[in-house]
Structure formats: C-alpha cells, structure tokens
Design a protein around this ligand. Structure first.
Ligand SMILES: [Zn+2]
Length: 144
C-alpha cells in the first residue's frame, strides 16, 4: 500500500531539505513527510519553498505524482516544464514553473544570498507564506 502524510513544523535545529539540499534554519517552517511506497518506508524533509514547488509541479504534470517526494531535483534537471513534456500547458503556468525551477537550482536564494519569497500555494493562492527568518536575531525571536 502506498501512503504518505506531510506535516508542517517549525525547525528547532538546522535540517537539510531533501528536495533542494539547502539548510533549513532554526525558526523556519519545514515539511516532514513519512510514508510507504511499494513496501519501502521513507521519511523526507522539505523546506517551505520546495513544499509549494512540488504542488505546482504536481498541478502541471500528471506524471509527477509517482515521484512526488524527493524527486523535484530530477524533474528540474530534466526540464520537464518544456512544451514537449507538458503540451497544452498555458504559457503563464509554464513560465512560473521555469522561474521556480531556476530558484530551486539556486536553493531559493537571490544574488545576495537572501531567501526569496515562498511561491504562492496553488491550492490557496490568496495566502502569503512568510519568507523564512535567516538572521540570528530572528531565530531568537522565533524561539519563544
Ligand atoms: Zn528545499
């Protein structure tokens, strides 16, 4: 039986995102998933950015479902947002995926090393998810 459950947690120590490989700093939210796939038990952690990115990929690519957890980097490396792989996808959606793929490759950091805003959740487009705290001061404030 295949199943998986993803939670939302606030990091109390540093974790590594199993999708993009970046360090999830204390105080950031992250998304641990535990599940079973073809009888193999697995656990993986995703940063807030990758958690949303996976939803965008899944909404656009019917083939992604089977590799939903842990394979965003493979999806990006293969350029599956291309018109050949996703025919009929509206250009704006394709452009959004392309931009997120570039940010994913930079581990969601801009040229100055700051985390970029978390992409909008395709299931809740009106919500804004806070960009993660990065400095020591924000870590202290976040750990009450
Ligand atoms: Zn990530």
């Amino acid at each position: 039986m295949n199943f998986a459950a993803t939670k939302s947690r606030k990091a109390r120590k540093a974790h590594t995102c199993d999708e993009c490989g970046r360090i999830i700093e204390p105080g950031e939210s992250y998304h641990p998933t535990a599940g079973s796939w073809e009888s193999d038990f697995f656990t993986i952690k995703a940063c807030a950015h990758c958690n949303i990115f996976r939803k965008h990929i899944n909404a656009a690519d019917d083939c992604y479902f089977e590799s939903y957890y842990g394979d965003a980097s493979e999806w990006v490396a293969n350029g599956y947002y291309s018109a050949g792989d996703l025919p009929g996808l509206p250009w704006a959606q394709r452009l959004g995926l392309f931009r997120m793929a570039r940010q994913f490759e930079r581990r969601w950091r801009d040229r100055n090393g700051a985390l970029v805003p978390v992409p909008k959740d395709p299931d809740h487009p009106a919500e804004t998810i806070e960009a993660a705290p990065t400095g020591a001061a924000s870590v202290i404030q976040g750990e009450k």
